[in-house]
Design a protein around this ligand. Structure first.
Ligand code: SF4
Ligand SMILES: [Zn+2]
Ligand SMILES: [Zn+2]
Length: 292
């Protein structure tokens, strides 16, 4: 198969491009997302949520290239046999590219690791997600924005999950620049990889030689997201373009929803100060199971 822009052998099927043109294509997509969606302003300092996987490393690299003012924030949830390795990759990458990186652990923040916190009844990703968001938000306050490595696959999964769970309140909060909730305790989030598929990001990371592993968290397969992911992947293989259409459909819908849904002011958690619907936020309620 030949590249559609030159005569070299293609390394990518979607779009059909050689290595040079594929790398250029990915960078153009991210640059265009940053500019057309006004994700960053010149003077802003951006915190990048870094897990050490292909998405967040690619994100960090490209934001550093196009914007410059970036620092990495990594979370150590305490997942034995998995997180140590990805944090090592993250540290190596930041060392090589001279990017400042901070690591914050569940153990320091809540007094336990995720492995210690989980019981047989728990859905690991629900517990992890609540606690992780809390810690990320806390340390993102030192920045103007927090960038996350969500790609098009992640977004298509989130959209479908919200629909299937009748989670309509979360529906308007997606997109490359979410931010329907305006609260000084929340740092605005941006998703510069929004218009790239997971495969494109993985190939970019591989071709760039970022040296990241592709292992998945051992808890991931137990999540509802994994079920939706498999379903979407199966559907995509039968009907190529499904994920992209789902995301495009969502963006049109979202532009209408944002004006309809009121962003009522939230109160703040009595323990950590994060926005919360009740006296304590979801993270503090989750953490207190062990703390008490
Ligand atoms: S897959 Fe689930 S448990 Fe593992 S890091 Fe992600 S959210 Fe946490
Ligand atoms: Zn080419
Ligand atoms: Zn709290």
């Amino acid at each position: 198969m030949r590249c559609k822009k030159c005569t070299a052998t293609a390394v990518s099927e979607n779009p059909v491009l050689c290595k040079k043109h594929f790398l250029e294509h990915v960078e153009e997509v991210v640059h265009h997302t940053l500019v057309s969606r006004r994700l960053v302003r010149k003077a802003e300092k951006i915190g990048v949520a870094l897990s050490g996987g292909k998405d967040s490393i690619t994100l960090l690299y490209l934001l550093r290239k196009f914007h410059g003012k970036v620092e990495a924030i990594a979370i150590d949830e305490g997942i034995e046999g998995y997180r140590e390795k990805t944090l090592e990759d993250a540290k190596k990458f930041c060392g090589k590219h001279r990017i400042r990186m901070s690591i914050h652990s569940f153990r320091d923040e809540f007094g336990f690791s995720l492995d210690q916190r989980l019981t047989k009844k728990d859905r690991p990703c629900s517990v992890c997600g609540i606690l992780r968001r809390n810690v990320l938000n806390k340390y993102a306050r030192a920045f103007d924005k927090l960038a996350t490595g969500h790609n098009m696959d992640d977004e298509a999964q989130a959209i479908l999950m919200n629909l299937l769970r009748f989670n309509w309140e979360a529906l308007p909060r997606g997109g490359p620049k979410p931010g329907i909730i305006r609260d000084e305790a929340f740092v605005p989030r941006i998703k510069p990889l929004y218009f790239l598929t997971e495969k494109q990001v993985a190939l970019y990371a591989l071709l760039m030689g970022f040296g990241v592993g592709f292992a998945e968290c051992p808890n991931a397969r137990l999540s509802y997201r994994a079920f939706v992911r498999d379903l979407l992947n199966e559907y995509e293989s039968q009907h190529p373009g499904t994920k992209e259409k789902l995301v495009q459909f969502y963006l049109v819908l979202q532009s209408k929803l944002k004006t309809k849904v009121s962003s009522a002011p939230l109160s703040h958690c009595l323990r950590c100060g994060m926005p919360s619907k009740g006296d304590y936020c979801a993270a503090c309620q989750t953490a207190r199971v062990v703390v008490n």
